[in-house]
Design a protein around this ligand. Structure first.
Ligand SMILES: [Zn+2]
Length: 127
């Protein structure tokens, strides 16, 4: 194949845009022209950030949106204090309080404990 710019023979040529016309040029000449950008993605992929899709970022289990309320209602129906419940699942009282306020998600390992103790489901029931 012949470079359309220098006329020399090369086994491989690049498609380059030189002053508006598309030419096949050797790599040496291609460096002088503007490399053809047709096959390069034009759109920035920053628009497709996973954080903009509304998915939860934390790796925790997918808990029901009102998990704190579910826990609190089930606990109160058993006439347990937060302290009672915290002791039953070996959590700190303050941690249990935060979970009920939903300022904290229970760690994955506590979810099944809470569920079986309180007889509730904390995970989302999708699928
Ligand atoms: Zn050339």
């Amino acid at each position: 194949m012949e470079c359309e710019l220098c006329g020399k023979d090369f086994s491989q040529l690049k498609s380059v845009n030189v002053e508006g016309s598309l030419l096949l040029a050797c790599y040496g000449c291609a460096a002088h022209g503007v490399e053809n950008k047709v096959y390069k993605p034009r759109k920035s992929y920053s628009d497709y950030s996973p954080f903009s899709s509304g998915m939860p970022i934390a790796g925790n289990l997918d808990l029901a949106e009102n998990y704190g309320m579910l826990i609190k209602k089930a606990r109160e129906s058993r006439k347990w204090t937060i302290d009672d419940l915290a002791k039953k699942i070996s959590l700190k009282n303050s941690t249990m309080q935060k979970i009920e306020n939903q300022s904290l998600k229970p760690e994955d390992k506590y979810v099944p404990k809470l569920e079986s103790l309180l007889g509730i489901r904390l995970k989302k029931t999708e699928q």
